[in-house]
Design a protein around this ligand. Structure first.
Ligand SMILES: Nc1ncnc2c1ncn2[C@@H]1O[C@H](COP(=O)(O)OP(=O)(O)OP(=O)(O)O)[C@@H](O)[C@H]1O
Ligand SMILES: O=P(O)(O)OC[C@H]1O[C@H](OP(=O)(O)OP(=O)(O)O)[C@H](O)[C@@H]1O
Ligand SMILES: O=C(O)c1cccnc1
Length: 493
């Protein structure tokens, strides 16, 4: 069984749903495979009842698209598929067609670490129908999970105020790939380090850690274990104090701090992993301060999330570093983002783009037609609203953005008095990568800087103020007219 790292170096082109292949085949059969289309990847609701979402996963998407080709093994597998009675699912000529298929799409996407909102495109794919279709599932798989975890991490980091957060999730993450992707997304969302050594190796994330209860249990007594650990790591000692009796553990840690001091060294910290974290961290702080060790850090862990951390902050717990695992990497309270990938335009035989709309009983599910982009308006360094607009929109002095779900929510923006930034950046042009990838450090900084541009009312963890994102008025009208037309057609049928 190959592990993730090897899998990524190999072909991942079959990592899609079978129905993408049934459609691909049928497109090819009906001569539509090369017809140009535009698809958008977007989500409809911020996760965790958050007021914002942090985009992540583009780097994986870039790798996926660059390696998009069918290996001999892939082709052999597809050629071998049959209906159970030996009749091949796909004809040989289709397999030959796939053999020569080269990735040739344009991809525009929001950069990783960008703050994003419902309904705006995160990734826009323009290219032959067959390629757009095959990409649907892997793109959703990548962006959905990483964006979800980056957002959870950003919330946890917000709750930690300025304290460092170490991601401890590997042991309880959703498998190998889930763990690695979660470590990377957590770092983008603002975590300072990870316990996942392979994530350190693969992505350059700082690796950190303390020790487990088993270390203590392998000695006759706790003090002996602490001393031996300090001997092994005189410059990086963090001692877990709650194996037997937390107060006694703190006393033993102070003993070791004194021994280290005699050698000109400092105890870095203690970790508390059970019990009332406010109570014990405050006792520990007082004991350490009284003993003359105010610089010793207190690390807390044990099923933490942004809500418990906020509560601990309110209780004035003396915690300096937060270790967060399970609830971060599994996105515990919302296990999927629910982003979708929808066609919004198709080129007809005359070479004209035809907008595409999908009706739904629920207006939240009616897509945004045409080839669109999103622009963020910024006044005095603060984001004031995002506008989804048709790419061919002419320059305007003033724009009105209209909430696609509740059209009574509108905002007028004076373009002349605002800075603006187009959020979809060109990533691939005709299959060629034209985007130079930022480092993970730059992505993490982007997330921090972008979040800083949003008012704190949008960032509060509970009942956040809704940030205005809307359709530019002419796109709104256009969409409404298309909906009415489609409904009339449906009723007439
Ligand atoms: N002061 C506090 N305020 C709010 N939540 C807290 C506080 N102290 C600890 N918690 C949280 O309460 C939960 C306690 O879980 P649990 O009942 O497993 O406690 P425990 O005493 O650590 O037990 P165990 O020894 O089995 O780990 C954890 O999620 C922890 O983060
Ligand atoms: O609680 P989380 O947010 O998931 O953080 C990771 C947890 O994993 C470890 O516990 P575990 O019981 O696995 O081992 P240990 O306590 O013996 O180290 C650690 O002590 C944390 O409590
Ligand atoms: O280093 C630690 O303290 C650690 C690592 C993984 C999980 N829990 C704790």
């Amino acid at each position: 069984m190959k592990i993730t790292r090897d899998l990524y170096q190999g072909s991942l082109t079959l990592l899609t749903d079978f129905y993408q292949f049934t459609m691909a085949y049928a497109y090819w059969k009906s001569g539509k495979a090369e017809q140009e289309a535009v698809f958008n990847l977007f989500f409809r609701k911020n996760p965790f009842q958050s007021g914002f979402t942090v985009a992540a996963g583009l780097d994986y998407v870039i790798d996926y698209c660059r390696n998009f080709q069918f290996s001999d093994k892939d082709l052999a597998y597809l050629a071998d598929m049959n209906d159970g009675n030996g009749k091949p699912t796909f004809e040989a000529a289709f397999i030959d067609y796939l053999k020569d298929l080269k990735f040739s799409c344009d991809i525009d996407a929001v950069e990783e670490g960008e703050v994003v909102f419902p309904n705006m495109p995160l990734v826009r794919v323009r290219g032959p129908l067959i390629q757009c279709q095959l990409l649907e599932t892997p793109l959703l798989n990548i962006i959905n999970f990483q964006t979800l975890v980056a957002t959870k991490a950003a919330r946890i980091v917000l709750a930690a105020k300025d304290d460092p957060v170490i991601e401890f999730g590997l042991r309880r993450a959703q498998g190998i790939d889930g763990a690695l992707a979660a470590s990377r997304a957590s770092y983008i969302g603002g975590c300072s380090s990870t316990s996942n050594v392979m994530a350190g190796q693969l992505f350059g994330i700082p690796v950190a850690g303390t020790h487990a209860h088993s270390w203590i249990m392998s000695f006759e007594n706790e003090l002996e274990a602490f001393k031996a650990y300090a001997e092994a790591f005189p410059d990086h000692t963090i001692l877990l104090v709650d194996t037997y009796d937390t107060v006694n553990g703190i006393k033993n840690a102070i003993e070791v701090a004194k021994l280290l001091k005699e050698r000109g060294k400092k105890l870095l910290g203690i970790r508390i992993d059970s019990g009332d974290l406010a109570y014990f961290s405050n006792i520990a702080r007082e004991m350490l301060d009284t003993a003359g060790f105010p610089e010793v850090q207190i690390v807390a862990s044990n099923d933490l999330d942004e809500h418990i951390m906020t509560s601990l902050k309110m209780q004035e717990a003396s915690i300096n570093v937060w270790g967060v695992g399970t609830k971060l990497v599994t996105a515990f309270d919302q296990p999927a983002l629910g982003a979708v990938y929808k066609m919004s335009a198709l080129k007809n035989e005359e070479g004209e783009w035809v907008p595409k709309i999908k009706l739904s009983q629920q207006s939240i599910k009616i897509n945004i037609p045409g080839i669109h982009n999103v622009k963020r308006f910024i006044v005095n360094g603060k984001a004031i609203g995002d506008m989804i607009y048709l790419e061919n929109l002419e320059e305007k002095e003033q724009v009105t953005i209209i909430d696609p779900i509740d059209p009574t929510r509108r905002k007028r923006i004076s373009v002349a008095n605002a800075d603006s930034e187009v959020l979809l950046k060109p990533i691939f042009k005709n299959g060629e990568k034209i985007y130079s990838r930022p480092s993970l450090e730059e992505i993490r900084n982007r997330a921090r800087n972008r979040l800083a541009a949003f008012d704190k009312t949008h960032k509060r963890l509970i009942n956040p103020h809704i940030y205005p994102v809307g359709l530019e008025a002419s796109l709104y009208e256009y969409r409404t007219s298309l909906v009415l037309k489609a409904k009339a057609l449906e009723n007439g049928k």
